[in-house]
Design a protein. Structure first.
Length: 272
């Protein structure tokens, strides 16, 4: 399958930016989305210097119609990488007496961005790719969404993030079988901590923290091998799966004693 035309959300920072920069090369067109114009342009400058053609889109992934218009307006895509996302913990400035409850605006914003924002990217991309001709290998396109190891567990430190990421992973993997028959490869990335601005203000140790270039290369290697679920680090994912098999009260007792599970250990998300 060719990869001449690629759309990336969350290209203004972290993993989305690293993927864009790694993929940039002559003969390739990159459609890059984000909300912060200055940071998006910085990504674009690097990609153009590597020889790629770049088209920028300032857009919020929570806006269903605008996202469909952007994706459909490309006229054709070989690959879509849904990277945009936010996180947040359980410090609740609205209810300081209930420190373990996430603020409602944060819960809604995380689901809107991390789950609906992914659907707003993936669904129009599926529709667009279904109309594209099959390549020599029978494929029409490839779509990848970034989930998280946090989605493998019911982590009390990030309830909405864990739930939204679990839903993204299940959706991508469960839809992937039928999508493949239609010539579209779907992948979910179940990754641990990656050293990006998202985690820069976390006030706890991050086991297995991976630098963003290595993470980007690992994801692209997984896509080249047509992996339906790209998982790293494997030991962290395996440990998380085992934790999820424990009785809830045991897993919860363990997690709430971890510094990551403490209220205030996560930065407050940008709810603008
Ligand atoms: N870093 C980790 O440890 C880690 C681990 C597992 C999974 N992930 C996932 O990896 C993905 C990339 O995260 P990152 O670590 O690269 O974080 P990051 O550096 O904070 O980047 C997040 C990106 O998402 C974009 N974004 C956020 N809300 C958006 C919205 N409503 N509309 C459009 N774009 C929006 C941001 O764009 P603007 O800044 O322009 O708004 C930014 O480009 C996320 O899905 C994250 O959940 C990260």
């Amino acid at each position: 399958m060719k990869h001449d035309s690629i759309l990336i959300t969350g290209a203004s920072s972290g993993l989305g930016r690293a993927l864009a920069q790694t993929l940039a090369r002559p003969g390739r067109k990159l459609w890059l989305g984000g909300r912060n114009a200055a940071r998006l342009e910085e990504t674009a400058r690097h990609c153009i210097s590597q020889g790629a053609a770049v088209e920028l889109k300032l857009c919020d992934v929570t806006h269903t119609a605008a996202m469909a218009e952007w994706v459909q307006g490309t006229g054709g895509l070989d690959m879509v990488l849904a990277c945009a996302g936010i996180t947040g913990g359980t410090r609740n400035p609205l209810h300081p007496d209930h420190p373990a409850a996430e603020p409602e605006p944060q819960i809604r914003r995380i689901f809107a961005t991390d789950l609906h924002g992914v659907l707003n990217t993936v669904l129009p991309a599926l529709e667009l790719m279904e109309r594209q001709p099959r390549a020599a290998d029978g494929m029409r396109g490839r779509i990848c969404a970034i989930s998280s190891v946090a989605g493998l567990v019911s982590f009390p430190g990030t309830p909405s993030y864990s739930a939204a990421k679990a839903a993204v992973d299940r959706f991508m993997v469960a839809t992937g079988g039928n999508a493949k028959k239609a010539g579209i490869l779907l992948s979910s990335v179940v990754c641990g901590f990656i050293d990006t601005p998202m985690v820069a203000r976390n006030a706890f140790p991050m086991p297995g923290l991976t630098d963003v270039q290595s993470a980007s290369r690992r994801i692209l290697r997984g896509l080249a091998r047509n992996e339906r679920r790209i998982t790293f680090p494997l030991w962290l994912a395996a440990g998380s799966r085992l934790m999820d098999m424990l009785p809830i009260r045991l897993a919860e007792a363990y997690y709430t004693h971890q510094p990551a599970g403490a209220a205030g250990s996560m930065p407050e998300p940008d709810l603008t």
